[in-house]
Design a protein. Structure first.
Length: 244
């Protein structure tokens, strides 16, 4: 007899959980709001970055969210989790540090730019993909212009959106190479600086330099958070249960 009981979608929250990181403290509020307002129930597991590098650490989950809070205790762990989500077709969201490391993983593992680095982790590196922003975005709110027809524009529902940041680093070099290998930059600030990336052909792969988890007071999840939750529920509906 076939078991038709729907299982609860499982989401891996990759980051070094801290009460001092506002985006981390928002997670319980967002999960509750997703369940009560949107009927999107997620079973959330925090995975410290040192553990994220273990074999199959995030495999078997229905979504992976790499949260802010860099410098992470393990850059390698974060990159391993992102690579698994990208290669295994697991819905993925990266915000702030998650965005930066999604670009770093893609540059190294897809584009072959194995020496590119993140200035926060390796400030003396010769080839920095992620560098200090000329104007820090810590505590800043700014307009993001979204490309028509993109996943980001479809999710947010408009082509111009005011978003909140808490970030001091962003991408600088090699962006044309990342584009040539399939990564799409679909959100920019009013000066044309990259703020959103996505991966066409993947079930759901979205990353933003801004922090959607900081929108409002946490009682109404940002559309990007809701979209990740929907993608996780859909993934759970079509994927047999696996041990975590």
């Amino acid at each position: 007899m076939t078991d038709t009981t729907a299982r609860t979608a499982r989401i891996a929250l990759v980051g070094d959980r801290s009460p001092d990181v506002v985006s981390h403290t928002r997670i319980p509020l967002l999960l509750q709001a997703l369940a009560t307002r949107d009927r999107l129930v997620l079973d959330a597991y925090w995975i410290p970055t040192e553990e994220a590098g273990e074999e199959d650490a995030v495999r078997g989950f229905d979504a992976v969210w790499v949260l802010p809070g860099s410098p992470y205790r393990s850059e390698a762990g974060v990159l391993a989790a992102i690579r698994t989500a990208r290669e295994a077709g697991i819905p993925f969201l990266g915000t702030c540090g998650g965005f930066q490391h999604a670009l770093l993983e893609f540059a190294r593992d897809v584009c072959g730019l194995t020496q590119v680095a993140h200035a926060e982790n390796d400030p003396g590196a010769d080839d920095l993909l992620i560098e200090p922003l000329s104007c820090s975005l810590v505590g800043h709110e700014g307009v993001v212009l979204l490309e028509p027809g993109s996943l980001a524009q479809s999710v947010i529902g408009r082509e111009r959106s005011a978003e909140r940041y808490h970030c001091a680093y962003g991408p600088t070099r090699h962006l044309d190479t990342l584009r040539a290998h399939g990564l799409r930059f679909t959100g920019h600030d009013e000066q044309g600086q990259v703020r959103v990336a996505e991966l066409p052909g993947h079930p759901f792969f979205l990353a933003s330099l801004f922090q959607p988890e900081l929108a409002g007071d946490g009682s109404r999840p940002h559309p990007m958070v809701r979209a990740l939750a929907r993608a996780a529920v859909e993934h759970a509906a079509r994927t047999p249960a696996q041990p975590v």
